[in-house]
Design a protein around this ligand. Structure first.
Ligand code: R1P
Ligand code: MN
Ligand code: MN
Length: 390
């Protein structure tokens, strides 16, 4: 039976959506602008899969006969964050945007949080997660007050030094915040942001980050697969994005390469159903940091692992690679960008060099996954399984 290996290259958008300006994003193109900034980029394996053959992706040299099926998808949901992107690709549309807090969180919320956690809050504003450590890290070290911040995303983030606030306490604080930030104040995610280091300028965030999401509003593709008694194996932050819903086994990872290693480990094992991986470094280490060189190198590093992934796949396994939103490292600010996402599909038994065109929704990908695994179809999305099968 076919398995699906579904890998999310977090934030690798491929050009502005028609409505990008309404999201404050003009002329954005994550992959396009990285390639423009670094024309020596080497991503031969993504190109072999057809990334340069996608409609409008003329900034990447195309190949004559790609071995994959390739296309791009629009986002129907009103958002450009990870939760919205992943939920849409698994069949749940977010029609009302998640609540954001451009001016920080209201006093009642902070008061309640301080009361229940017994710690004072500093910052309480939108910020870049590394800049905020430079600004308030020293104060935190001296006082034990925790750094609460948000961004253009619907997030309540708590940063604390691992030696000042033990991880267990930080996670407990996130659970408290999760309970407070429901109902009218429901943010998509509460995020634990532990860090280490001596002083401002040398603080570093650790991989002990944890996200506390809302439950998806409706059944996702993952729920449908799990209901059919198949495996839904989550690698990286997938488990957090779905709050564990519809997942049968999960592993958190420290980096993109660790994510690829664990994905390959699962490919080698005997399982049935879906291996679902998120590679977040593109976004968190390079996109938000507006680091085009780092982003380019991360793409090259991932690209170099593709042959290995393919090598271990069974004859009837199907590999899908796509993004969840953009994060153009050449654009102003430090936030995500509203973009098309590329989608690449490869299987030893599938058609090659097939243009999937411009799809109406990310949900088409999840619908295809369910169709391949022959489980209940999601409410949204049009499967392209029949197009890719020989
Ligand atoms: O700047 P950092 O903390 O990496 O924040 C980024 O990560 C969070 C979740 O995606 C968002 O708030 C985004 O802005
Ligand atoms: Mn993301
Ligand atoms: Mn992000």
């Amino acid at each position: 039976m076919s398995r699906v290996i579904w890998m999310i290259i977090d934030s690798v958008g491929i050009g502005a959506l028609p409505d990008a300006e309404a999201f404050g994003d003009k002329g954005v193109n994550t992959l396009g602008n990285i390639v423009k900034a670094h024309s020596d980029i080497k991503i031969p394996n993504l190109r072999q899969l057809g990334i340069g053959n996608i409609d409008g992706a003329d900034f990447i040299e195309s190949v004559e006969s790609p071995i994959g099926c390739y296309g791009k998808c629009s986002e129907l949901s009103q958002g450009k964050d990870t939760t919205t992107g992943h939920w849409e690709m698994t069949g749940v549309l977010v029609e009302t945007p998640f609540k954001t807090f451009e001016n920080g969180f209201p006093k009642e919320i902070i008061d309640e949080f301080e009361k229940q956690t017994g710690r004072k809050v500093v910052a309480n504003k939108p910020a870049s997660g590394t800049a905020i450590l430079d600004e308030f890290g020293d104060h935190h070290m001296k006082t034990g007050d925790v750094i609460v911040y948000t961004s253009a995303d619907s997030v309540f983030q708590i940063a604390a030094h691992e030696e000042v606030v033990p991880l267990e306490e930080l996670y407990k604080m996130c659970e408290i915040a999760r309970k407070i930030m429901m109902g009218d104040n429901a943010v998509a995610r509460i995020i634990a942001r532990p860090f280490v280091g001596e002083k401002a300028g040398s603080f570093e965030r650790t991989s002990n980050r944890r996200d506390y999401s809302l439950n998806p509003f409706e059944a996702t593709v993952l729920d449908n697969i799990k209901e059919s008694k198949l495996d839904v194996i989550a690698v990286g932050k997938i488990e957090d994005i779905f709050n564990g819903q519809g997942i049968t086994e999960a592993i958190h990872t420290k980096s993109n390469m660790h994510g690829v290693d664990e994905t390959i480990n699962y490919i080698k094992k005997d399982n049935n159903g879906l291996i679902f991986t998120n590679l977040v470094d593109f976004d968190s280490k390079f996109g938000h940091r507006r680091d085009t060189k780092g982003y380019k190198e991360a793409l090259e590093e991932f690209d170099a692992r593709i042959p290995e992934i393919i090598e271990y796949m069974n004859e009837d396994d199907i590999l899908i690679i796509n993004a969840d939103h953009g994060n153009d490292p050449t654009y102003k600010g430090t936030d995500h960008t509203r973009e098309y996402i590329p989608v690449l599909v490869y299987g030893k038994d599938l058609k090659q060099n097939l243009n999937l065109g411009i799809r109406k929704s990310f949900a088409d990908i999840g619908a295809t996954v369910t169709d391949i695994l022959d489980v209940k179809m999601p409410k949204h999305g049009t499967s392209f399984k029949n197009d890719i099968m020989k």
